[in-house]
Design a protein around this ligand. Sequence first.
Ligand code: DAH
Length: 340
Amino acid sequence: MLEQLNKLEKESTAALETVSSSAALAEWNKRYLGKNGALTQLLRSVGQLPKKERPVFGQAANRVKVALEAAYEAKVEMLQRKEMEQELERGALDVTLPGRPRRPGHLHITTQTLRQIYAIFAEMGFQVYESPDVETDEMNFELLNMPPHHPARDMWATFWISDDVLLRTHTSPGQIRVMRERYPEPIRVILPGKCYRYEQITARAEHQFYQVEGLAVGHGIRMTDLIGTLTEFARRFYGMDRHIRIRSSYFPFTEPSIEADMDCIICQGEGCRVCKHSGWLEVGGAGMVHPVVLQNGGYDPEEWSGFAFGLGVERPAMLKYDINDIRLFYGNDLRFLRQF
Ligand code: DAH
């Protein structure tokens, strides 16, 4: 049997030399190393040998098996390399094929809208002033003329972080910060930023959204300056034929307080679904800075006066771009975001 084994080794090694394709190699493997291959069968027949001869034969057979398996692996690798080289020669790998393009990112619709607003106010001399998202009760309410338990606090459903720290419900606390920093300079700033309200999320309302606050403090600043500024903004943002109307309103931090509307950009004031058939759309809340607020900011109300306003950002963008659901802004659906 040892002789048989030697013969098999020689024969199979010679056969492997002549193999030149994967198909032939698989065939060779089946013939010698496979389940019913010649070597496997020979190994199985070890039981027919006299006991004494078995170890010698077993060792020899194992050596042959290991050698043939190694030769097989080497051949697999060699054939793969050869086939790859042949493919390259045939030009199957085209290194000039363009890569998959990466889509460049772009500014979010909210950022684009904010920048349009900055540009309009910049031309009217307003600087951008940023103030923190996490505020104290004192800044967000008290110094804006809303002491604890003031009923007007109910206008702002609040995310409280602790008893006296909260997520700002509006950008108005920035008014106090900028006044305290700039006194005794006159002030003309806008204060953009995210605001947070503990409210039900619907197609019209999010629990986080942007506002742009405006503040002008100086000598002899009047309500007509405020109305002129808001009119100019509406015309620059929505189109030169816009008209503004003023309604009286109430905010604790302004006196008097107003609400500014413009004629509907969809129906030009005729009345439609968007303006709920009133012909008017809300622009924002505003007013003359309350004397208590001026004082809290360090400005003597006997000497100084000012106006302030608060504008939304998403709602104007919704109007301008015909977006019908505010939840799309921060839903991170690229099919929506890529449209702008
Ligand atoms: N802070 C108000 C709000 O969030 C908006 C506002 C109204 C801001 C009147 C003002 C203002 O500066 O004068 O509802």
